[in-house]
Design a protein around this ligand. Structure first.
Ligand code: FE2
Length: 314
């Protein structure tokens, strides 16, 4: 799993070990993401399937895209499609993806890069592997996360942030056993580059076999742990958690994850995404590419799209 790695974790700033009296967040649920297909046919795991939206708030949806090894000519993407009312965050661990949108944003992202697109009032975009990558094939692995916007920001102007892998804040766990990449928000006083409308934290950690990751986590945030690959445990009772599983955590001060001593040969460490944010606490009306507060606003979004008011394909 390439993403961004370092030769020596021990030279990185360390996250202080949380106080022994701090409450480790208990496990509220563990679910296994079902597999499906997105766009023109790339394989995804629906990380949040079956979870109540109230437990996910401010997040809506997350797909793990791949990991897949495309044969030459087989790599797939999406066609042009609209969004309104939220932000899409695409974090690429492996491979190359091209993004283009009707607002003039876009570019190519590869290993460890993130594109952060605020759809706001409306945008059209396309995400696909570049032609040369389609021709030669190769590995592809990424995440797409949907972050909701509160009603006052649903119609905000679209915004595009191109976050290079090298800009991500790299940290070490307190004992040097885990590499932490802060993509957005703040963890233990260290801030990542992503600028978010809704207060959240998003990080990717690689936990060495046998190591423990303890992250201070804001009380007002929810907390989700998704395993990209590997085997480990989560929470104070060390509940088992493996590749493709999501843990929703309850209230507390600390997110705790451990990696099993022995890991699968294909994934030598435990790789997890840890994410959370301030719940927006508003009604959610979500359908297809639109996330609004009411059914009437969904209908308006659909009508606006049909009338070409969400943007034009450049
Ligand atoms: Fe999209």
């Amino acid at each position: 799993m390439p993403a961004i790695t370092v030769d020596d974790i021990l030279v990185l700033p360390r996250i202080a070990e949380p106080d022994a009296a701090a409450l480790v967040r208990p496990v509220a649920s563990i679910t296994t993401a079902p597999s499906g297909f997105e766009g023109e046919g790339f394989p995804v795991r629906r990380a949040f399937a079956g979870i109540d939206l109230a437990a996910l708030d401010p997040f809506i949806h997350m797909d793990q895209m791949g990991s897949v090894d495309w044969e030459p000519g087989a790599a797939k993407g999406t066609s042009w499609h609209p969004h309104r009312g939220f932000e899409t965050v695409t974090y690429l661990l492996d491979g190359v993806f091209r993004h283009e949108d009707s607002n003039g944003g876009g570019g190519t992202i590869s290993d460890g890069d993130t594109q952060w697109m605020t759809a706001g009032g409306g945008i059209l975009h396309i995400e696909a592997p570049p032609a040369d990558v389609v021709a030669r094939g190769g590995t592809f692995h990424g995440i797409q996360l949907w972050v909701n916007l509160p009603s006052r920001l649903k119609m905000t102007a679209p915004r595009y942030q191109d976050i290079r892998g090298g800009e991500v804040a790299l940290l070490s766990s307190h004992d040097g056993g885990a590499l932490i990449r802060v993509i957005a928000g703040e963890v233990g006083g260290h801030r990542g580059p992503g600028i978010t409308h809704t207060p959240i934290a998003l990080l990717h950690a690689t936990v060495s076999p046998g190591a423990e990751l303890k992250l201070p986590w804001p009380r007002e945030y929810n907390a989700l742990v998704y395993v990209l690959s590997g085997d480990g445990t989560v929470g104070p009772d060390r509940r088992p958690l493996r590749s493709g599983q999501l843990a929703v955590l309850g209230a507390g001060d600390v997110v705790a994850v451990t990696a099993h001593d022995s890991q699968d040969s294909r994934s030598p460490a435990l790789d997890v995404l840890v994410l959370g944010g301030s719940p927006i606490g508003e009604p959610v009306a979500a359908y297809g590419p639109f996330v609004m507060n009411t059914k009437a606003e969904l209908q308006q979004a659909y009508d606006d799209f049909q009338a070409g008011r969400l943007g034009k394909v450049p």
